[in-house]
Design a protein around this ligand. Sequence first.
Ligand code: FAD
Length: 285
Amino acid sequence: GDAVIERGQPSGIRTVEGVLSSLRPLSPEVMEVGIRTDGALPYHAGQYAQLCFSGYPSRPFSFTHPLSGNPNSRSVWFHVRRMKDGRVTSALGKRIRPGHRVKLTGPYGSAHFRPNLDSRLILVGTNTGFAPIWSIAVAALRENPERRMMIIAGGRTIVSLYMGLALAQLARFPNVLVVPFCSTPQTLSKAVKLGRPTDHLPRLLPTDVLYACGAPGMVDSIKSIAAQIGAVCYADPFLPTTDDTVEDGVLTRAIGWLAVPASRQMGQLARESPPQSAATADAGL
Ligand SMILES: Cc1cc2nc3c(=O)[nH]c(=O)nc-3n(C[C@H](O)[C@H](O)[C@H](O)COP(=O)(O)OP(=O)(O)OC[C@H]3O[C@@H](n4cnc5c(N)ncnc54)[C@H](O)[C@@H]3O)c2cc1C
């Protein structure tokens, strides 16, 4: 089968400036992030952007559809999971608040919705892997409200199911089968199935089109199951970022400043204040 692995694509990529306009907790660990941009940033459902909050390193996040209301051409939406000790995500709602400047570069990614097909869609997302899945599901249903579709969404614990309201909206379509899951036993809801996403896949057909977004291990498993059947699988593994460069940022300047011999620093101190910023404080500088 054709497994299409996530890769940046060089054409049509642009950078736009924006401001964090909305920050809404969806669960103890996930925030819905709305950014008002100074210019349009066209993308396909399923693609992602590099977000650079002023003073912080860039991080990739997948465009999504707002959970309530409609998108407009000057706002973009994301679901961001706060990582423990995450340099960027753990600052959301703390040092990064509405009004914070942000630079967006994109769109990237080939695991995006392909229009004008009528094959069955199997959409699988773990945790905020649901962000691109939700975007793809909305795009597919807008094109054809009768498109056959299965959506498998969840995570390790019931807390991962921040997307309950979106799943309820999708489940209203008779042609859409929604399977919420978590891999740890829970007693809160009978609707939430126990197990891993691969436990809940239907019998696949070579004509199925799969999208798998989120935990890299899950994405790999879905890809190899699809390949055995010969079905197309678009994959978007959420890998951690390894490059922590802060472009043109105060942090870079602060590190440069700290590298200057102490005697010069003292002289400079007399003439100017040391750099004070969210980024420097966050990095413990
Ligand atoms: C193509 C792509 C699209 C993505 N889309 C989204 C999205 O829509 N929503 C979203 O919440 N996340 C998404 N991610 C993941 C997101 O980019 C990372 O969670 C984010 O970079 C963490 O940044 P940080 O500075 O807070 O953490 P860091 O300071 O970089 O890392 C803190 C700790 O968390 C670990 N860590 C970081 N990222 C991950 C991860 N993804 N999985 C497991 N451990 C991790 C690190 O190894 C480290 O131990 C996407 C990733 C990719 C590659």
